[in-house]
Design a protein. Structure first.
Length: 186
């Protein structure tokens, strides 16, 4: 009798439920076989990204000036970064992911502005403590007041990221900076 065919043998799951995912190397080979994106489409995407970044830089400068926050550079995150929406470095550089990791479409403007406000608050506080959360809420409130932040209906008055920092929901530490890290990301 072949292994695994004994009906008296207990099974953790039915064999038809087993599915294998391709390895990283297999996914890279599949991507390499895809035809390259037409130059006109690439140019259109880059032009769209430049237009969005111009607006974000203008809004970031305005909000930063109002809260005395000094951003040395506001840049679009690299296309291959999918682990976070934004990151702020100690040297004042902020990078924001502009596109959805799966679809490649631009993220909603309200999400981009929310991320911008979050990262601006990290220019002063690199943790997610109470002082950071208060500053983030003040920056977001000012962005809303200026007409920069226009979120859609959520059924909750708080911004979507604001719910992420609820210490009862996530394990956000209220004090101190993470050890061994020079950046804080969303």
């Amino acid at each position: 009798m072949r292994r695994g065919t004994d009906p008296s043998c207990p099974r953790l799951f039915p064999p038809e439920a087993l599915s294998l995912r391709p390895t990283g190397a297999a996914r890279l080979r599949r991507l390499a076989r895809r035809p390259p994106m037409p130059a006109t489409m690439r140019e259109r995407i880059r032009a769209e990204d430049r237009k969005v970044m111009l607006r974000l830089r203008r809004w970031g400068a305005e909000l930063g000036q109002r809260f005395d926050l000094h951003c040395t550079a506001l840049e679009a995150e690299r296309e291959d970064v999918t682990d976070w929406y934004g990151v702020c470095y100690e040297d004042g550089v902020i990078r924001i992911r502009l596109r959805n990791a799966r679809t490649g479409r631009l993220l909603k403007e309200s999400s981009l502005v929310d991320t911008l406000c979050h990262e601006l608050a990290h220019l002063r506080y690199l943790d997610h403590g109470l002082r950071f959360r208060n500053l983030y809420q003040r920056i977001l409130g000012k962005a809303r007041e200026l007409g920069i932040y226009r979120p859609g209906p959520t059924g909750d008055d708080r911004p979507r990221q604001g719910r992420l920092f609820d210490v009862n929901v996530c394990g956000t530490r209220a004090r101190g900076r993470r050890r061994g890290s020079d950046a804080e990301s969303v």
